[in-house]
Design a protein around this ligand. Structure first.
Ligand code: DAT
Ligand code: MG
Length: 140
């Protein structure tokens, strides 16, 4: 087994739509443990650091603006291979392409919304997870 930690964000669209309970329910039902949870509106410098790999891409500015548009829920989840496991629960980046059964596939909408409004973020590697946890939860 390989116990890992990952950073999960429920983006402002998920919080606004009242999907916090439904999304965290899926994470816990899968058997992962939430070790830290916090609701907050992220500042621009935090978002710039979080999304540094996407700086310069056409969707970067709207992504950062959207992510700071209201409260997001940040959580640390722990469990065996949780990084890959949460990304499987989340589904494909584009909610239209995300398979039914996934968070984005079941709950994501596409009626002209942008791809960035895809409900959740999950770290994509052990290195990203530790880096992102350090940004959102300094010292943990
Ligand atoms: P993921 O969130 O699935 O890890 P990512 O890291 O490639 O995807 O991109 C980060 C976020 O940026 C993603 O959740 C939504 C937004 N995004 C990615 N590709 C996009 C695109 N082609 N157009 C608009 N937004 C995009
Ligand atoms: Mg990513």
């Amino acid at each position: 087994t390989s116990t890992e930690r990952t950073l999960i964000l429920i983006k402002p669209d998920g919080v606004r739509r009242g999907l916090v309970g439904e999304i965290l329910r899926r994470v816990e039902a899968k058997g992962y443990t939430l070790t830290s949870v916090e609701l907050r509106t992220a500042a621009d410098d935090l978002l710039a650091a979080h999304y540094a790999e996407h700086e310069g891409k056409p969707f970067y500015a709207p992504l950062v603006e959207f992510m700071g548009s209201g409260p997001a829920l940040a959580a640390i989840a722990e469990g065996n291979r949780v990084i890959e496991g949460f990304r499987a629960l989340a589904g494909a980046t584009d909610p239209t392409a995300a398979l039914p059964g996934t968070i984005r596939g079941d709950l994501g909408r596409d009626w002209g919304l942008k791809v960035q409004q895809n409900l959740v973020h999950g770290s994509d590697s052990v290195e990203s997870a530790e880096r992102e946890i350090g940004l959102w939860f300094p010292g943990r």
